[in-house]
Design a protein around this ligand. Sequence first.
Ligand SMILES: Nc1ncnc2c1ncn2[C@@H]1O[C@H](COP(=O)(O)OP(=O)(O)O)[C@@H](O)[C@H]1O
Ligand SMILES: CC(=O)OP(=O)(O)O
Ligand SMILES: [Mg+2]
Length: 394
Amino acid sequence: MAILTVNAGSSSLKFSIYPTQQGSVLPSILSGSFEGLEPGGKTELRYTYEGVQHAEYFEDVDQDPFIAALMHLKELLLEIKGLPPIRAVSHRIVHGGSEFFQPVVSTDAILEKLWAMSALAPLHQPHSLDGVKAFSQVFPGIPQVLCFDTAFHKTMSPLETSLALPKEITDQGVRRYGFHGISYQYIIGELLESSSRSRDRVLMAHLGNGASLCAAIDGKSIATTMGFSALDGLMMGTRSGSLDAGVLMYLVERGYTHDQLQDLLYRKSGLLGVSTISADMRKLKSDPNPLAKEAIELFIYKIMREGGAMIACLGGLDLISFSGGIGEHDPDLRSSVCKKFEWLGIELDEALNQAATKELTLKISTPQSAVEVWVVPTDEGVMTAQEALNLLHF
Ligand SMILES: Nc1ncnc2c1ncn2[C@@H]1O[C@H](COP(=O)(O)OP(=O)(O)O)[C@@H](O)[C@H]1O
Ligand SMILES: CC(=O)OP(=O)(O)O
Ligand SMILES: [Mg+2]
């Protein structure tokens, strides 16, 4: 028996199949991702099955690229012979709102409530829910488990989640929620196994296409940079991060519609908007255009600025970790961020930093560093598989 996990990120669709045995999740036998899921773009499917890597490229001009990717995944799973029977599909769902803080088995009533939250995470929620619908059709009668990114942050205090708005607005559920929770739950689990300082004042940085920071004490989230929606906090691949609401009023006065604002803030800002070149850190690093450098500098500056607030919430810092596509693969970025926090007594072992690979959770600070620095390759897949198994007990 096995669990299929599906993670619809903002720029990618990741999937894995994990066999299970006597209540345990075994290492994945098939895993892969669709990248470049932008309208009109070229989609790249990479997957590994039984240790062999495969790559395919395709263009779907007439369809939403996420829907096209879901269709390809469906075909791939039907094509590959010898896969163990899928007993559950477990989905990462970005927004659970004020109601869903535990994994649940999907029902029509739950899906309807989650659809209503799409405007709060427009790059994710519709894709995830389309995924649930698609896989209910491919695997009829198989439970579809929904795991929420917001759930990990349920331990945040009312002070942290409150917004200084009139009560009639906050009573509607307008508050800070926080995201990347499935990733943070995995990261803190790795840190708890690896470091004696992981119960102290910990700052986790999830830096992918979407990016956020989470402050944790005793393994629990106490503050995070994303808020009501997945727009808040750090600068991201195509999202602005924290923004003075006065800018929105200025743009509305100049005729911007809701859809134009959504497109501007979620899809055209961040690294892409500032650089005018790309949302992909790899491309920006190799581009001589000064705007690419400017975008990277601003990305790092925002981590320092928001990180400072998180460290104040923690009352100091004992451990910082880097995860996500950028956090795991970019030693220069890690080094630049650590330099900004040198005043805390952080000392990076540059050789270890350069050597950190995607596969290993690794400490990259020197023994005398006042703050431990770790690279933790996050794994939202195994976390969602584990949650499904905990819920369904097979
Ligand atoms: N070697 C690398 N160096 C710098 N950045 C990288 C590298 N590999 C991947 N990335 C960055 O990781 C991002 C994707 O991160 P990921 O966490 O997979 O995204 P998502 O938010 O879609 O889950 C890419 O946009 C790219 O900028
Ligand atoms: C919440 C979020 O931004 O997720 P991702 O980084 O996967 O896009
Ligand atoms: Mg992601």
